[in-house]
Design a protein around this ligand. Sequence first.
Ligand code: MG
Length: 239
Amino acid sequence: MKRILFASDLDNTLIYSHKHKADSDICVELYQEREQSFMSQNAAALFRQMIQQENICFLPVTTRTVAQYQRIFFPSQFRPEYALTANGYILLKQDIPEPEWLSASQIQNQKYQEEFQHLEQICLQDSRFRHVSIADGMFVACACESSEIADSCLSVYQSVTELQAFRTGRKLYFFPPDSDKGSALQRFCERHSFDVIIAAGDSEMDLPMMKIADIALFRKEQKDFATEVLYTVLHTALV
Ligand SMILES: [Mg+2]
């Protein structure tokens, strides 16, 4: 049987924020006792089928910090064996950071710590940012009031730092330029062997994964993308 790796972004690929919620959607994340993220009924049904397939390894690949990732509860209380969090810098094995992976990422990012702190200080003084943090010690994450404000900040801030700036919605991220979700996925695949790699994502941060994948599923702002993705994964595993 073919062994399939399904490497998937989460937000706006498999799950959606409350802003896009339909009445029948099921909640997959609570934050401060409020329903935060959702999955459609169709996607959840396909997800339940997917986790029954022993030849599929589901690997979430997310920019979420470890704590943000751990708030998600997948259908049937499924916990993936592995997850790449913090844009690939932290590999969780059974929800615990894998020490060897973590120390390699820390060594790699050591040279950017000063820049993280410098940029954090600049952003904290800019009233257009509502939240600024150094996410799990690996990159700088900021949130603005709106996507329009974030967009105007992006053009200004990408020229003031050597870090690589990305925007998704009202959030801005500043990553070290020498690694991305693609290099993390590559690193994961060097340790584990698969016959087929399927990657799914919706933002520019997911594009490096597409280059490594045998089957690349990439859509921006498409409703029901999760259903299409999970259907493709199941179809690939079953034929
Ligand atoms: Mg996304």
